[in-house]
Design a protein around this ligand. Structure first.
Ligand code: SF4
Length: 405
């Protein structure tokens, strides 16, 4: 199986929103083509090192990481990094290469253990989240791709780019909708979605989460755990969240976006922003897609509430909606494939097949991938995209279908 990583023609240039990188593999989750995007600084540095795309074939005999410094590409041993969470790996690799400015895209223990929805994390808080591409890196014994900090010197035609770009930065900063995105992040709209009745709740059995939406929304985040706003290379929006709960949540791991707050919050009826932030941190530490992880946990909670699970499956765990302790425990068990985590690491569609009967109707997935937090009942064009997208349930491409469809 090959693993392709590529950027766009604009990546690395001073244009908001263009520091994006796509990873394409066969998806272990859907069995079809997998595709997933991330932002941050890794994409711009990738381009700055002179690379448009990278194709990785084959498998290393032992764990390795790939170090790129311009044209120099080196495979380095990574046995000492295997089993470690993303924050530790960042620190160890920067120390051993004596460079604190490296950008690192890596898998966590989730990818090493071939969790079907393992992701690739860069900067400890940006994710190529969907389709299980982290498990493909894990299957190749490739722990990380490490980049020297290098920026493009500029476009060939600076005047042409300036003319095309115009005053887009001012327009972004003066647009109230985009200013709100910067102020409260993508999670700033969660309570409005709830008011309108399309916030997926309790494994999508409702679009309304009256007992908890105002606790986990972006405005509450701004007033409580938010310590900073972060950005991607060259972007004027600054929508990324940085949160901290002393002794529990490290700002290194960023903060929850809308999809993560919904999947790890309302999907599972979790009413605590602190718990959602901890769950988001665990996913970033262990390299798990927040959407499929939350979606799979919500699925098993519905099965538990409806009495479909045997003791052999639960092994004493109480999997009720809203159980904050069990939520956090399950994420670690999934990443390590321990106990029920070994089953849940396969994703809700495969677990439903194993349980059978009524459970088959409770997996909220397309082609085996859990739905992102946009309800097709209220956004029909999203339903169409979910249905026909070769990547399974993925909303990244709905913008291209047009909001007016
Ligand atoms: S800061 Fe937000 S809006 Fe800007 S590129 Fe990153 S994800 Fe996109």
């Amino acid at each position: 199986m090959s693993h392709n990583t590529d950027t766009s023609n604009l990546t690395g240039l001073p244009v908001s929103g263009t520091s994006r990188i796509v990873v394409t593999t066969k998806s272990p989750l859907t069995g079809t083509i997998g595709d997933t995007q991330a932002g941050g600084f890794f994409p711009a540095y990738f381009k700055g090192n002179g690379w448009d795309a990278l194709v990785i074939r084959g498998k290393a005999a032992e764990p390795v990481y790939l170090y790129i410094d311009g044209d120099s590409v080196t495979l380095k041993p990574a046995n000492h990094l295997w089993g470690k969470v993303t924050g530790e790996v960042e620190r160890l690799v920067k120390d051993e290469l004596e460079d604190q400015h490296l950008e690192i895209a890596q898998i966590g223990p989730g990818g090493e253990n071939l969790v079907k929805y393992a992701c690739i994390i860069n900067h400890c808080n940006r994710a190529n989240g969907r389709n299980g591409t982290g498990a493909v890196m894990g299957s190749k014994n490739l722990k990380a791709i490490v980049l020297k900090k290098k920026k493009l010197s500029g476009p060939l035609d600076q005047e042409g780019l300036s003319a095309l770009r115009g005053n887009v930065k001012d327009k972004i900063q003066n647009n109230p909708a985009i200013a709100g995105l910067g102020q409260h992040g993508t999670d700033g709209d969660l309570d409005a979605f709830n008011e309108l009745g399309f916030l997926p709740t309790k494994n999508w059995t409702s679009g309304w989460f009256p007992e908890g939406a105002d606790q986990i929304t972006g405005t509450t985040m701004s007033e409580t755990v938010l310590t900073d706003r972060d950005t991607c290379d060259a972007c004027a929006v600054r929508c990324k969240r940085v949160v901290e709960v002393p002794g529990k949540v490290d700002p290194l791991y960023g903060g929850p976006e809308y999809e993560s707050a919904a999947a790890l919050g309302s999907y599972c009826a979790i009413t605590s922003l602190e718990t959602v932030s901890q769950a988001n941190q665990l996913c970033n530490m262990y390299g798990l897609d927040t959407i499929s992880c939350g979606g799979t946990i919500a699925f098993i909670m519905e099965c538990y509430e409806k009495g479909l699970l045997s003791d052999e499956i639960t092994r004493g765990l109480e999997l009720n909606y809203g159980n904050q302790e069990v939520m956090l425990r399950l994420i670690e068990m999934i990443a390590k494939r321990e106990g029920i985590g070994n089953l849940l690491a396969e994703g809700s569609a495969r677990v439903a097949q194993k349980i059978g009967g009524e459970a088959l109707g409770f997996t909220m997935s397309v082609k085996g991938q859990e739905l992102p937090a946009h309800m097709p009942q209220f956004k029909p064009w999203v339903g169409l995209i979910y249905a026909v997208n070769p990547f399974g349930a993925l909303d990244t491409y709905y913008q291209f279908a047009g909001w007016d469809v």
